[in-house]
Design a protein around this ligand. Structure first.
Ligand SMILES: CC(C)(COP(=O)(O)OP(=O)(O)OC[C@H]1O[C@@H](n2cnc3c(N)ncnc32)[C@H](O)[C@@H]1OP(=O)(O)O)[C@@H](O)C(=O)NCCC(=O)NCCS
Length: 182
């Protein structure tokens, strides 16, 4: 996949990580462990910048997914997000997290809008999915704010450091995203 660089205005930018970002990206994880721990299975496994570097390396090696992107706010790394792309079914799953200093400002919703536009306009996909543990109300609010439809619940569908949790699936189709009344 080609790297992305998007200026979203108001000092917010999204760009694909390079290996040079590993230290800063690890420091952000390290500063947000308590917030990530309930939801992210990779949090306890991310113990050093080398682990983050390996993650970035895996992301850069993928020919289809675009999972390793940072969100910068006024030049500070604020969060991470990306897309897992299912080429055969022309769909993608969006994933994200943001540091506590930047939460509650609409930055994730803004960046999700850009990723969904990108999925439909530039990747030619027809469906975008967002999955969140049923108890992750902040993440579910992002899906609802974006106008995604709740489609179902996978019982015990996500492994987290607190155990298996039910996973709520939200989806939006290209024609719904393009509909004027969104
Ligand atoms: C889930 C997570 C990314 C949501 O972040 P967030 O900052 O709440 O999401 P948004 O960027 O959409 O911001 C929404 C908030 O900004 C407010 N906001 C301000 N301006 C806004 C704007 N222009 N547009 C949208 N919302 C705006 C909203 O009212 C909402 O406020 P609230 O906190 O009172 O509900 C964050 O809580 C997180 O990283 N959690 C830990 C990791 C995690 O759970 N990741 C997801 C796993 S599925």
């Amino acid at each position: 996949m080609n790297p992305i660089y998007w200026d979203l205005g108001d000092g917010v930018a999204v760009r694909t990580y390079t290996l040079d970002d590993a230290e800063e990206a690890f420091a952000l994880v390290d500063a947000n462990r308590e917030r990530l721990h309930p939801w992210m299975i990779w949090e306890p496994q991310t113990r050093s910048p080398a682990d983050t570097r390996a993650f970035i390396q895996r992301c850069l090696a993928s020919e289809t997914d675009m999972e390793g992107n940072g969100i910068w706010v006024d030049g500070r790394l604020a969060g991470s997000m990306g897309l897992r792309v299912d080429v055969s079914d022309a769909g993608a799953e969006i994933g994200y997290w943001i540091g506590g200093d930047f939460e509650g400002r609409g930055i994730i919703t803004l960046a999700c809008r850009r990723f969904i536009d990108f999925a439909f306009d530039e990747l030619g996909l027809h469906r975008v999915e967002l999955c969140a543990a049923d108890t992750n109300t902040r993440s579910r609010s992002v899906a609802e704010r974006l106008g995604m439809r709740q489609e179902g619940v996978l019982r015990g569908g996500v492994r987290t450091p607190q155990g298996f949790l039910d996973l709520v699936i939200y989806g939006i189709l290209e024609d719904e995203w393009r509909a004027p009344a969104r």
